[in-house]
Design a protein around this ligand. Sequence first.
Ligand code: CU
Ligand code: ZN
Length: 370
Amino acid sequence: MRIRAAVLEEFGAPLVVQEIDLAEPRAGEVLVRLVACGVCHTDLYTASGADPSGYAPTVLGHEGAGVVEKVGPDVGSLAVGDHVVTLFSPQCGKCVHCLSPKTNLCLAIRDMQGKGYLPDGTARLSRDGEPIRHFMGTSTFAEYTVMPEIALAKVSPEAPLEGAALFACGLSTGLGAAMNTAKVETGSTCVVFGAGMVGLGAVAGCRLQGAERIICVDMSEGRLELARGQGATETMTGGDDAVERIVEMTGGFGADYTFEATGNVKVMRQAVESARMGWGLCTVCGVAGRGETLDVIPRFLITGRRIAGSSFGGVKGRDGVPRLVDMWLDGKIDVDPFISHHITLDEVNHGFELMEAQDGIRSVIGFGAA
Ligand code: CU
Ligand code: ZN
């Protein structure tokens, strides 16, 4: 079929919205009509050429939500009409990682996904007979996508798909960091560095876990305001003295849990150093730049602090995303404040500009009626 999609033709150049071809879903694959898709930093990072594993041409986009339009052979868990959220982090349910409660990093399709192909090693996207590679196994800056069944989470049909799309990436990452990776305990003190999508999600996750104090650190007063809306009890502007100030605010010890959601390695170090002596846990969610390293003075570890990394918030997507969406429908998570701009597919480059200008939290592309 012919579809409209935003193609990354060349690194550093604007995406080009155009008609390309999408082939039928094969065994274990599903055709999804996208209804909404968030514009995320990872898309911009790849488009800029900074990502060493990036490739072009490709159709970017990974924060999608839509409706199942057709299923290929051997698809058992999804049917036409189901509402789904796309997962760049799949859940096959069978691999050694899926069977362990300790991680969400499914091993099933990693290699092919990283190279830009569906699990059988081929692409469904093409132009004039030449294959176009898929991005993060999702390629959701498009009217339709074909994805493996194991990379689609079936969510409640009650959930507006524009909000559901945010659970495909940043929001689940932040919520899950607090709920799954750190497993924040009731009554604890938490510090969240960064009040973008992931940091705000972490604030909400800490609140849902019953944290008593949630201190959010960011450079923008507007974002700190949003953090208060998500449950931050205290907010502060970041800076070189952030650690000192946090230690002072916490009786000289530091916080039980700290979260880093900026990708800045200096801030990661602050997050480690502001974790409490004895048992403070620092969870790193941000993605650092290529070649950067995290500087940690070993004394901070020997005196009882721990550092954990969290990818997609430790959420096993097919099980976890529908549960988080249900919490939203139950009124426990407030999604609307995250959506700052509604744009069309043709305005995708404007979505990148808004992100570079740090204007708002998320631009969401709408593809038309649900
Ligand atoms: Cu993302
Ligand atoms: Zn797996």
